[in-house]
Design a protein around this ligand. Sequence first.
Ligand code: ADP
Length: 578
Amino acid sequence: MHAAALAALGRYFGYESFRPGQSGVVDALLRGHDVLAVMPTGAGKSLCYQIPAALLPGVAIVISPLISLMQDQVDALNDVGLPAAFVNGMQTPDEQSMTLAQASAGQVKLLYVAPERLETGRFRDFAARTPIALVAVDEAHCVSQWGQDFRSSYLAIGDFIRSLPRRPVVGAFTATATEKVRRDIVGLLGLDAPRVTVTGFDRPNLYFDVIAMERKRKAAWIADYVAAHPGDSGIVYCATRKETEALADTLNRAVPERRAAAGATAGGAGSAGGPVAVAYHGGMSPEARGRAQRDFVTDRVPVVVATNAFGMGIDKSNVRYVIHHNMPESIEAYYQEAGRAGRDGEPSRCALLWNESDIVTRRRLLDSDNDNERMTPEEQEIARHNRRRLLDGMIGYCRTTECLHRYMTRYFGQEDGSVSGAGTGAATAGAPGKCGACANCERTFTTVDVTDIARNISRCVHDVMFEHDEQGHETTPTPVRRGLGSGKIVRILRGSQAQDLAWLAPERMPSFGTLKDVPEARVRDVLSQMTTDGYLTVGDGRLPLVGFGPRAAETVAPDFRYEIKRVDRRSDRTADGG
Ligand code: ADP
């Protein structure tokens, strides 16, 4: 590690060491290598470009989509002695010119701009005559149509970098995981052989739990949980504004009753007659929201029941639990919300309550959602397809039987396997499925053995790629097809005689009709879980074809076993985690 970087870390920010992942990024940028850094919110991305900006000769341009956050960042940097400034459209032309002149004169180390600025003549002139050492692109996923918040203005960044007389080193930063988005970032920003790092996604002090539960039992479960944890701060996320208010009311009524019944006299906020829970959502007045937030942050009210509007910019380190009343739309969203627990590093719990109807609701929302009128039909289709994939990742999390920590880090592409739990930790190294910090590793669920179904699905995916003769033997040595959609695979396995399959001669395939006695929904569940677990893949094209994933070969091994979670109508588990 650069000694100068470590010294700057202490001098400007007062920290003794870099967090995992930070030093590699800082080092690469200082050595002149482009970087794509994938790190979750709160992991410390800013330092990764602020330290190189402090050390490299010349100006660093920081491109960020949020004008509202620039002022804070710039103030904080100036406070610690790093000269920083921003230019944006809210300033007068004179103010802008003044700031740019200072930057040109070397009086500013970090210059924050929104991407729209890059296209203006004034800024281009400035850039042409100023030595620019580094361009840092924050929220870099905004460049990709495959990302959730695509901004067309981000497309100008690549051009801007290419237009500079001397090419600066470029760092791109994002918390978005998907492969396509990463590829777009590299391509559209024109990163040059970038070092790609993915770090910081595992949160070992969080205990993850996924509980399938009927809708009408959820409120009682949450009330039990809150009653059993007096004095602990918690966030409960709901899908709608109405739900937040109804649930907050329920908690304020039911939690004191439960504690009284249990004879609890234990202290803690909310037990001395004050409210237990407060609602928070975007439909409330700014005053009411501010009050709710203050009451929660200052521990006057232990629980906030909120929509996903709650959380941005809220700094509360001792949140002991985050409960989701519904399944979120993506792992990214879940990770961000659940990740608000345990910022102080103390053991904390993240429980996700879900049921099959959450999936139906989410799918319906997704298909009816025409989110942006300015998008072309094709762009809308891409956006919808993208959201469908994100949702599949979330559903996979609910259904998987593997370690939930591992699922999460694998989802985010952090493949170093350094998953560790807050529990005993004894078994982390050699024994997958024993992290000590998730319900799956403690096997708090029951499973159904679906080995036979999985084998047949895998067989069928193979079958559709080849032509077969009357006896069912493959007549071509190499595959003639790349795959089929999952619906058709399921129908072949169930022995469908439908006309639209006739061209495939499915009855010649060895797997034809092998699952005719298995309910269609079960076959679909297994297929979808096999995709999640890496046995199969679903392509990105307009027709999502099912193909083989990296673990496909395991399905033909003699000792292959495959289980999925049994999703009970009733859940026997109590809120104490038993
Ligand atoms: P991100 O941009 O990834 O969301 P930030 O850059 O805002 O995250 O950093 C989150 C918090 O972590 C900040 O309060 C920051 O000061 C702190 N932080 C960052 N790096 C370190 C470090 N090496 N040691 C201690 N704290 C750090």
